[in-house]
Ligand binder design. Structure first.
Ligand code: GLU
Length: 549
């Protein structure tokens, strides 16, 4: 009896691997095209670090006319949650990163290299495991979990490297005859890889991101098929990425130390190994140190957070590109209006250690991204957000669409657009004062600044209404009139004049403008006041000014 007989006893009913090799032919792509994938477990939570990996993988495929696919890794069925796949699919869609192949919802998929859900690939893994057993490269292991635990305890107390390897790998020397007998007697078993590696030998690995690294060879006889018949991550990775034609495995660097094992599996299976690009995690600063962004502690670790606070997906993606390649920032400065898709991402320029997550920077980018939106786009995105998270805002925005578009159009679509909105949850605060029913009908707290004497304010505003305000004025005339008003009230027409001779004036035109602005809007900082008045219209401007006095 030989290994083939053993393989037949363990896997009596699987297809020969030649069937799968033919079914999934080598992809017909241009030289240099990258096939990459996102391979999350459906645990119900998409981490920003996962989105980051997916973005890099998606982009590398785009840049090379390659393929990006989504594979769901659900072989650890304890960790699975209901609708976990939809969560992942929708996150990718929300970020405009839908895959070319793979799962498209909970059940369905597209693409010729599927199934793209590992739990549906059991027969495939079994075929390749059989192939390994038939070559003597894998074997059934009958050790119970208690026995494995005992081995570990012995190793620990003797301070020896833990694991199932070398002399500790009891079952690797079980003869074919004995193994077949034990299986026929109904003993339970799992399937292990028979490693030919030696810990005292080194392999050289070139990681696309991390560079050259020497590792000790893998000598562990790792499990390839578990008791539930499903493969371990390691084995599924080799089989899937081979059959699916992955050229670049772009994944988290928590897997870096598994590279020797993975290369060994590819080699023993007779597969060409992919290139590996291990991405450093996104870090957070804490008490002067750095730690990984944590699902438990940091709300911003969840991709859903960004939708909730209303940071546009484009902004999050731009920020992630910023983290990915430090050259992005400069590129953006030089190409302020180019779609980010035009930026050439370079894997080998990614940082080797983890980048710090910087919310201030993200919000800054978001302000810039939103500043480029048309009023119509702000309107649509704002409503979509408000529909889910702020019904009152939705009512306000929708009540008079034309008016809202004018409000949102203030200082937009010009050379230096307004940059006061970083997220949709800021929108209300930034525009609410433009609505009479919100502003006039509610009590306002006017926090006056330099000019804060009530009588003085009354005089300024009354004079302005009576002598100078005219909604028809063009901007220059309008501003000249504010200067005239300043002069009449004893304030310098120009800031410069005031600075040269401060004792001659009560203040300057800027102080007068601030008083009008506060009376008009209830705040000291707003976009352009002339545009605001134009949008409010004569009646509202006068009512507001009168209300203030
Ligand atoms: N399912 C693995 C994970 O979520 C995938 C790693 C990989 O991309 O190969 O960590």
């Amino acid at each position: 009896m030989d290994y083939k007989d053993l393989a037949d006893v363990i896997f009596p009913d699987v297809k020969d691997i030649s069937y799968y090799e033919e079914k999934y032919p080598v992809r017909n792509l241009e030289e240099g095209a990258i096939v990459s994938r996102f391979a999350p477990s459906p645990t119900g939570f998409v981490h920003i670090g996962g989105l980051y990996q997916a973005l890099i993988a998606r982009k590398m495929a785009n840049q090379t006319n390659g393929v990006f696919f989504l594979r769901v890794e659900d072989t650890d069925q304890k960790r699975e949650v209901e609708n976990g796949v939809s969560g992942i699919v929708n996150s990718l869609k929300d970020f405009d990163m839908a895959p070319d192949e793979g799962m498209i919802d909970e059940e369905n998929e597209t693409g010729a290299y599927g199934p793209y859900k590992q739990s549906l690939r059991k027969e495939i893994y079994r075929a390749y495991a059989k192939y390994m057993v038939s070559m003597g490269k894998a074997y059934p292991c009958f050790c119970t979990s208690d026995e494995v635990e005992q081995i570990r305890n012995k190793q620990e107390s003797a301070k020896i490297r833990p694991g199932y390897y070398g002399v500790w790998a009891k079952c690797r020397n079980v003869t074919v005859e004995e193994a077949i007998n034990r299986i026929k007697n109904g003993e339970s078993y799992i399937v292990r890889f028979k490693s030919q590696g030696r810990e005292d030998r080194k392999i050289k690995h070139h990681d696309v991101i991390k560079g050259n690294i020497d590792f000790p060879e893998n000598d562990q006889d790792i499990v390839i098929i578990k008791a539930d018949g499903l493969p371990t991550y390691h084995f599924a990775h080799a089989v899937d990425d081979h059959l699916m034609g992955t050229t670049h495995v772009i994944r988290s660097d928590e897997w870096l130390s598994s590279v020797p094992l993975h290369l060994q599996l590819f080699h023993e299976l007779g597969f060409k190994a992919p290139k590996y690009a291990h991405i450093s995690p996104i870090m957070k600063e804490e008490n002067g140190g750095k730690r990984k962004l944590s699902k438990r502690k940091d709300p911003e670790a969840a991709v859903s957070y960004y939708a909730e606070v209303g940071i546009p997906a484009d902004a999050v993606k731009e920020y992630l590109l910023n983290i990915a390649n430090s050259t992005f920032e400069n590129w953006r400065k030089q190409n302020p209006n180019m779609p980010m898709e035009e930026f050439e991402l370079q894997l080998n320029k990614m940082s080797v250690s983890g980048a710090l997550f910087d919310m201030v920077k993200l919000l800054d980018i978001s302000k810039r991204v939103i500043s480029k939106y048309s009023a119509e786009k702000v309107y649509n995105e704002g409503i979509a957000w408000a529909d889910k998270y702020d019904k009152n805002l939705k009512t306000i925005l929708e009540k008079d669409k034309d008016y809202t578009l004018q409000v949102l159009g203030i200082e937009r679509g010009n050379e230096k657009p307004r940059k006061d909105i970083a997220k949709w949850s800021d929108l209300k605060e930034n525009i609410i004062y433009m609505y009479d029913e919100e502003f006039l009908n509610k009590p306002q707290q006017y926090e006056f600044q330099k000019i804060n004497d009530k009588q003085e304010i009354n005089k300024i505003i009354t004079t302005y209404i009576e002598k100078y305000f005219n909604i028809e004025d063009d901007k220059e005339t309008w501003f000249n009139k504010i200067k005239d008003l300043s002069e009449e009230c004893g304030y310098a027409r120009e800031t410069k004049e005031y600075k040269q001779n401060p004792d001659a004036y009560k203040g300057h035109v800027g102080d007068i403008s601030t008083v009008i602005r506060i009376c008009l809007t209830g705040r000291a900082n707003t976009p352009d006041m002339y545009e605001i008045m134009k949008v409010l219209g004569e009646k509202s401007v006068i009512e507001r000014l009168k209300k203030a006095i």
